[in-house]
Write a protein that binds this ligand. Sequence first.
Ligand code: SF4
Length: 397
Amino acid sequence: MSEWQKILKDDAVATLDKLAEKFGHDVIDVEALKPAFDNFQMRITPSALEQIKRVGDPMWNQYVPTVQELDIVDGVIDSLDEDADSPVPNITHRYPDRVLFLVSPVCASYCRFCTRRRKVGDPEKIPLNQYESAFEYIRQHPEIRDVIMSGGDPMMLSDRRLEYLFQNLRAIPHVEIIRIGSRITSHLPERITPEFCEMVQKYHPVYMNTHFNHPDELTPRVRQALDMLARAGIPLGCQTVLLRGVNDDPKVMMKLMHELLKARVRPYYIYMADQVAGGEHFRTTVQKGLEIIKALRGWTSGLAVPHFVIDAPGGGGKVPLLPEYVEEITDDSVTFRNYAGERYVYKQPKQSGACGSEPIQVPDIVPIAVGQSAASKAKERSSKTGKVTRRRRSAAG
Ligand code: SF4
């Protein structure tokens, strides 16, 4: 048994009694929490436990069951209707050129907001002996160029099984990219071993989409695991779920994005929490997500600004949402506000003659007076760049 498997077996908290031993019976009401526990199993690894600083903090909320999980208002079991897009066991084929390949039924820690709580934790629901039909499906569909291994957590598989998956996928010529969706770096950084890092390099390009929801998850040990992956040439992205009581605060999100970038992880998505039964108490409003994106865009580097998306209920796929910057679009111009709320006008190209017969002039962006005239702003730009900026139109309201 490897070290990480021993840690999982011996040191993770996986029963309510053990949880009560750790945090006290006055805090953990075993009887009251039993229905939530029976509904979706619990396991909290030492790494996740270390991140919990006090009862009810963002880490606690992510992993400790609560009776709120039993309040079903409009949550559904398979909120993304993934099972409807599953042509063979373990495959979800929703988008044109990529598939989700569920390779592991288990996770190191179980997140109480999990969208796939209907499947994870139960080995029978993602059968490990049914990979062949998945490989065959991918072989038969040359349009599939990107395979996203998910679960559960693929990194819960042994290196041997992971290598078997990589080998089979790499034997399919049209599979260009393999991605691993995994929360293991936060939950069980000990899983990232030199042996894994050496093995994976034979199968590049392999990407990893990590999952972090709060800056406190990036402990020194977690950063070390991320560093090992980056050194193994794995481009790292991060998916974050917007969760009430965890990260529904622009300052927390800004800090998270900065800490991720410092660890060479590129923020990729912030998801609205799905309408999943059992996780409804984590949901916030869409306005909160837009407020967070507005607090990031322009105020920090673009690298730190992920896409904010709703995974459309019923299987519609990811839909990006943006705060409203555009005020008006006409054939002549587009009026919009920048990150600081200042209004600008971008002049549309003049379309003269037959389509494409004349070169289109790309106009300058002309700032409109907001406490400063367009001319003075243009002059300021000229003095900074040393270039003369020709003013294309007069300032208008
Ligand atoms: S790691 Fe991912 S799949 Fe596993 S419980 Fe957490 S959210 Fe669900």
